[in-house]
Design a protein around this ligand. Structure first.
Ligand SMILES: C[S@@+](CC[C@H](N)C(=O)[O-])C[C@H]1O[C@@H](n2cnc3c(N)ncnc32)[C@H](O)[C@@H]1O
Length: 311
């Protein structure tokens, strides 16, 4: 496993390079990708006048959703490491139309606290598993919360319950130039929190208490537009930068390769159903600015909810 400084540099470079794809597909990500964060948004239960932090806000869709809940007397602050995504978020949700929304470019791992702290709550969709030093990142989140402030977030479980995730990349890769190194071990990547015990340890050391980690199975429904779905999934994944650098013929072959591997998720004439297995995590900021208790406090691992509870 690479050292933390190397991983942080790799991650910053990756997200700088990935930004163009995320910006291009921001509307699709908000709409089709919404179920990826919906369980945490429900659990966050943002209330009017609250001040809420959105960590790894990307192009801002979830921050705007939080802003709608907290209203004009509250605040929704989205932070992201990728400057271009933050610029896109500001354009999509400008202050004259979204007065309680603010966006900041910041690496959560390098902050003591997020400016504007303390917040009542923090939310994060699909970001915490990407932190090179998750203890540093989660500690900064916890310090940015008022004592007793709450955290609600989602991360992926493992690859077996997220089969679509690598399909686009594997289909596209043979037609593209070199891809960034795939994560090994606990290196930041989609499945670095596959083991809930690791996630629990990280949150505990970061000073969170009342940690719950619950499996959630969701489905993303995308329209029956094979080329568009393939391009979206290539561009927001590890092959995105190589895809954008490829000539048109290479891009067409890459899309065709991805379409083939994504076919199993397609119902012709209906659309794509992309199953995703998540951890829904909730926690509360401990009152003292130090790791809670000796070792890990008890963590509640909940059963898989029935489908009708799964929202
Ligand atoms: C998988 S994307 C999710 C984006 C958004 N939450 C969504 O669901 O559409 C992960 C996001 O985390 C951001 N990110 C990664 N590492 C970060 C860090 N150390 N500090 C802040 N943001 C980070 C990336 O730039 C990217 O926008």
């Amino acid at each position: 496993m690479a050292d933390t400084v190397t991983l942080q540099a790799r991650s910053a470079a990756f997200w700088t390079g990935a930004a163009a794809g995320w910006i291009r597909h921001a509307d699709r990500q908000d709409e089709v990708g919404r179920p990826l964060g919906a369980p945490a948004m429900d659990r966050l239960a943002a209330r009017p006048a609250e001040r809420i932090l959105d960590v790894g806000c990307g192009c801002g869709g979830t921050t705007a959703e939080i802003a709608a809940a907290v209203g004009e007397t509250g605040a929704a602050i989205g932070i992201d490491i990728a400057e271009a995504m933050v610029a896109a978020a500001r354009q999509r949700f400008p202050p004259d139309r979204y007065p309680s929304v603010r966006f900041r470019t910041a690496d959560i791992e390098t902050l003591d606290v997020v400016s504007g702290a303390p917040f009542d709550a923090a939310y994060s969709r699909m970001t915490l598993m990407l932190l090179a030093d998750p203890v540093a990142g989660c500690t900064a989140i916890r310090r940015s919360l008022r004592p007793g402030g709450r955290l609600a977030a989602t991360v992926f479980r493992d690859g077996s319950v997220n089969p679509w995730l690598f399909a686009a990349m594997l289909g596209a890769a043979p037609h593209l130039g070199p891809l960034p190194p795939l994560p090994v071990g606990d290196e930041p990547g989609p499945f670095s929190f596959a083991d809930p015990a690791r996630l629990a340890r990280v949150l505990s050391v970061a000073g969170f208490t009342a940690v719950t980690i619950t499996p959630r199975d969701i489905t993303m429904d995308a329209p029956d537009d094979a080329d568009a779905v393939a391009e979206w999934l290539i561009e927001i994944g590890a092959a995105g930068a190589a895809y954008r650098a490829a000539p048109p013929a290479g891009q067409a072959s890459a899309r065709a390769g991805a379409v083939r591997l994504l076919e199993r998720f397609r119902e012709p004439g209906v659309g794509y159903r992309l199953p995703a297995g998540l951890w829904l995590l909730t926690a509360v900021a401990a009152r003292a600015d130090k790791p809670s208790a000796a070792g890990c406090p008890p963590v509640t691992h909940h059963r898989q909810p029935r489908q009708d509870e799964n929202r």
